[in-house]
Design a protein around this ligand. Structure first.
Ligand code: MRU
Length: 359
């Protein structure tokens, strides 16, 4: 407690600074990105990661493109296209780039305007995380033992995080929470990032290898699972860090509620279901090595999808900045989309409650 929340990005008016997450927890090094190409490379190489934060980084990338090519909108559009392609699964990336571009197309390609829009995305994501946290209070009782996966915190967003935001909000509301985090092979976001982020704030997290989740649940040590999302399809299917689907199946088999926390910028109503979500394939080297050290025989082949899809029927609720959305998720998402963003006061209310406020 009392430790300032980590922020993994900074804008200095000329360049984007990114905390190099590949080096955590051993070192806190910052990388300065002065061009859209440098930002795209940082996203591809996972210097910066997490769906909302790569969206924000790409928004700054568009601003850098406007500065690099004044009066050349076609060059900016090309750079924006390259930013969107840096990683394919998280829809926030496309959403943020299109949002900045749309404003520039409407009002003119101007650096200050692009900067303003990126700042607005940052502010809104911070607010969205807070609202997610408030909405999540409904599902995290005092004394809860929570299992989470990957990293969904301040290192992945512009705020307190999504799934980790729910845990932070619960703690702030005076509830005791025990957090189990999976190491999240192969990139180890859980071990390197979540354990680090939570430990700094006195959460005292308990790390497990991914393969221990079933045993943990079977021993009755998990009350709920909460994870993030990289893309939520129209029917409520969720793409998130590989291993999420396994946890959802295990949770259902043990009668444990499974929640997905995400801002609405992760919702892609244009994608009908999980089968249509592009899944990023990453290098086999990330599977056969740990921190550059081989852990498999030389030449062995490896399969490395960075994400998997959890079918909507395994999700007990989506915890969003537009409230807690319960199944049927397709209907709840459509309704939340129709109602639009909610204000802070309505944050914890379901769309149902927001339509007919208590007198
Ligand atoms: O490959 P990563 O580290 O970018 O994957 C991150 C995740 O899968 C997160 O769970 C997701 O982006 C939600 S972050 C708030």
């Amino acid at each position: 407690m009392g430790v300032e929340r980590v922020q993994a990005w900074r804008w200095d008016g000329q360049a984007l600074w990114l905390l190099d997450q590949r080096q955590l927890p051993a070192r806190e090094c910052w990388q300065r990105c002065e061009t859209p190409e440098a930002v795209a490379e940082a996203i591809r190489e996972m210097v910066v990661r997490g769906a909302p934060l790569i969206g924000l980084a790409a928004a700054w990338g568009v601003a850098l493109a406007v500065r690099a090519w004044p009066g050349r909108p076609e060059r900016v559009r090309e750079a924006a296209g390259r930013l969107v392609q840096a990683r394919p699964t998280a829809v926030n990336l496309r959403w943020a780039v299109q949002r900045v571009l749309a404003r520039l197309e409407r009002e003119g390609f101007d650096f200050a305007r692009a900067e303003q829009e990126a700042q607005a995305i940052a502010r809104e994501d911070e607010a969205a995380c807070w609202r997610i946290g408030q909405a999540g209070l409904a599902v995290v009782p005092d004394g809860a033992r929570v299992l989470t996966h990957c990293n969904t915190g301040a290192l992945a967003t512009a705020g307190i995080g999504t799934a980790l935001g729910v845990l932070r909000a619960a703690r702030q509301a005076g509830r005791r929470v025990t957090v189990y985090c999976t190491e999240t092979r192969p990139y180890l976001q859980g071990a390197r990032l979540t354990a680090w982020e939570l430990a700094r704030e006195g959460f005292d997290p308990i790390l497990i290898t991914d393969s221990m989740a079933g045993a943990l649940m079977a021993q009755g040590k998990v009350d709920l699972v909460v994870v993030g999302a990289d893309r939520i399809a129209r029917n409520g299917d969720v793409a998130n860090k590989v291993g999420t689907y396994t946890l959802a199946v295990l949770a259902r088999a043990h009668g444990i509620p499974f929640y997905v926390a995400a801002p609405f910028s992760s919702v892609d109503l244009a994608t009908p279901d999980g089968r249509a979500i592009p899944i990023e394939q990453r290098s086999a080297a990330e599977v056969v090595q740990v921190a550059g050290v081989p852990i498999a025989p030389e030449g062995v082949r490896a399969w490395h999808p960075a994400f998997d899809v959890t079918p909507a029927e395994l999700v007990d609720a989506l915890i969003t900045d537009r409230g807690l959305l319960r199944p049927p998720l397709a209907d709840a998402l459509a309704e939340a989309a129709r109602l639009g963003p909610c204000d802070g006061a309505a944050a914890a209310a379901s769309p149902e409650q927001r339509r007919s406020p208590t007198p």
